[in-house]
Design a protein around this ligand. Structure first.
Ligand code: NAD
Ligand code: GLY
Length: 361
């Protein structure tokens, strides 16, 4: 097992990464705030792993809640169901919530933990690759609003993250590939050597080679932990973790949250952001081609949906990086280093959106 620490002074916490961790009671029990624990999962993950987690947790008062599966349930109404359960059980301020599932469950449960009695302890048990390398780490929690993704939320850190790599055995291939998009992101924004390692090892990752996956998760979490440790509330550096995401969120929203998985939309978004970086003179065509090629080799889409640039700009206007209503984007300074969010000349953005399909597809 690898243990990384997210360094946030009194809110610091460990990320445990390894095979078989769901069967390690001590990893859960040392982080419980008191004797009451509610484990929240969904109808897909529950049948696989809920019993194991319930068995591992040693607390006199344990309860479970199985929510419906899917991004469409990442809503305030679902958070209310968590509050209902906590209140029915008369759980108090030293109760602990456990989020067992992918990013949807982690974001929902973390937000419920941030709000219930003004904040109770929670533990992240991510079961998708995307959640293990990204959403479970760093304390962004929240839900969607019909007018914008992740628009309601809180920064709220877990007590620990328990990433059992064996849980990925049951993950569908398409979900694994979606997680690889975020893994590739870390190479692009912060670590050219890791990007090159991904070029060498993509076939192993797609074949679920345990050692390669463990390394990719560990490297990704290390980069994320460093960025979050430096800028927990995204006043600067943390925004680089959103590379490709402004395009990606627009793709998800414009296509009605369902046609593309989050990681797939981010994959296309990273291609567009790389091409935009090229048009602004930051990186060369050879680098963009390497990026697009790796994303394609990961089995991820590189072709954006056919939106016109007015539609793109309307969807991209709903983004938390925007300030005073002005669009700001993350660009690559080079392969392996991202720049802080910045405004981009409208005509270059428009040309990128209009011409990308012709250049790369
Ligand atoms: P998800 O939670 O919907 O999980 C994907 C699918 O896989 C679901 O059907 C789920 O039930 C299923 N699943 C989960 N674990 C499984 C397993 N081990 N075996 C079989 N099936 C399993 O999606 P996701 O990709 O994990 O997360 C996407 C969400 O995360 C989005 O809502 C996104 O906004 C959010 N996110 C948050 C952050 C953050 O920093 N908080 C970062 C990135 C993404
Ligand atoms: N996923 C982006 C962040 O955690 O900041």
């Amino acid at each position: 097992m690898q243990t990384l620490i997210v360094e946030l002074a009194e809110r610091s916490y460990p990320i445990y990464i390894g095979a078989g961790l769901l069967a390690r009671p001590e990893l859960f029990n040392r982080h419980l705030a008191g004797q009451q624990v509610l484990v929240v999962t969904n109808t897909v993950v529950g049948p696989w792993y809920l019993e194991k987690v319930m068995d591992a947790i040693e607390a006199p008062s344990k309860a479970e809640l199985v929510l419906p599966d899917g991004e469409s349930y990442k809503t305030l109404a679902t958070v209310e169901r968590i509050f209902d359960r906590l209140l029915e059980k008369r759980f108090s301020r030293n109760a602990t919530l456990v989020a067992l599932g992918g990013g949807v469950i982690g974001d929902l449960v973390g937000f419920a933990a941030a709000c219930y009695q003004r904040g109770i302890a929670f533990i992240q048990v991510p079961t998708t690759l995307l959640a293990q390398v990204d959403s479970s780490v760093g304390g962004k929690t929240g839900v969607n609003h019909p007018l914008g993704k992740n628009m309601i939320g809180a920064f709220y850190q877990p007590r620990c993250v328990i990433a059992d790599t064996q849980a990925l055995d049951t993950l569908p291939d398409r979900e694994l590939r979606a997680g690889l998009a975020e893994v590739i992101k870390y190479g692009l924004i912060a670590d050219a050597a890791f990007f090159a390692w991904l070029e060498e090892n993509m076939a192993k990752l797609l074949n679920r080679d345990a050692q390669a996956l463990a390394y990719a998760i560990e490297r990704s979490c290390r980069i994320k932990a460093e960025v979050v440790g430096a800028d927990e509330r995204e006043s600067g550096l943390r925004a680089i973790l959103n590379f490709g995401h402004t395009f990606g969120h627009a793709i998800e929203a414009a296509t009605g949250y369902g046609r593309y998985l989050h990681g797939e939309a981010v994959a296309i978004g990273m291609c567009l952001a790389a091409e935009l970086s090229r048009r602004l003179g930051l990186i060369g065509l050879a680098q963009v081609e390497r990026i697009v090629a790796l994303i394609e080799r990961a089995g991820l889409p590189i072709l954006p949906p056919a939106l016109d640039s007015e539609q793109w700009l309307a969807w991209m206007a709903v983004d938390k990086k925007n300030l005073d209503g002005k669009l700001r984007l993350i660009l690559l300074e080079t392969l392996g280093r991202a720049a802080l969010p910045q405004p981009v000349p409208g005509e270059i953005l428009k040309a990128t959106l209009d011409e990308y399909r012709r250049t790369f597809c």
